[in-house]
Design a protein around this ligand. Structure first.
Ligand code: ADP
Length: 178
């Protein structure tokens, strides 16, 4: 685990399974239908139970870069924030901007719901194919910019499923701190 403090917020990088997180909200890397998928989305619905999917069906969908919120069902987290990252098409199709908006809009909806502690997965770097070296810089710089401008959160965590990704995020954080 690695921790840095930005104003009153702890920014934490850790290896783990996001469905086990004891935080106010976890973020789901969903797809636009919100009807479930593989990867982290599948894991969240499997552990959270059918209530989350029911709420997602009522919401009806989510565009790339936007975020919606449901309860956490059977998860330890009170809420799940579902956001949709960009599909990687080589990098010149607005991918960076959409990824940035996915993080920022997740933080905005979290704050709106008084979420003080939040855990993110590495959005878009699985099935959506965004290179993790690039995605890690976008993820962390978006989060850090938000925290610097708004001293609201107690803890923002990046929960990396793969040890290799954890080290990539760690290097990205070091390069951003220089
Ligand atoms: P996307 O479609 O946005 O790429 P994926 O779920 O395919 O979403 O992958 C996003 C990231 O989530 C990947 O880095 C993957 O390793 C990670 N991941 C998969 N399962 C979990 C989990 N249970 N907890 C945290 N991260 C996970």
């Amino acid at each position: 685990m690695h921790e840095v403090r930005i104003n009153n917020t702890k920014l934490i990088l850790k290896i783990g399974d996001i469905t086990e997180e004891e935080v106010d909200a976890i973020v789901n890397a969903a797809n636009p239908t919100l009807l479930g998928g593989g990867g982290v989305d599948g894991a969240i619905h499997a552990k959270g139970g059918p209530k989350i999917l029911e709420e997602c069906k009522k919401i009806g969908g989510c565009k790339p870069g936007e975020a919606v919120i449901t309860t956490g069902g059977n998860l330890k987290a009170k809420y799940v924030i579902h956001t949709v990252g960009p599909i990687w098409h080589g990098g010149s199709n607005g991918e960076e901007e959409i990824l940035k908006r996915a993080y920022i809009n997740s933080l905005k909806i979290a704050k709106h719901n008084k979420v003080k502690t939040i855990s993110f997965p590495s959005i878009s770097t699985g099935a959506y194919g965004y290179p993790v070296e690039l995605a890690s810089k976008v993820a962390l710089s978006s989060i850090i910019d938000f925290i610097k401008g708004d001293d609201f959160f107690e803890e923002v965590r990046m929960v990396l499923f793969k040890e290799k990704d954890y080290h990539v995020y760690l290097r990205a954080l070091e390069s951003l701190s220089k």
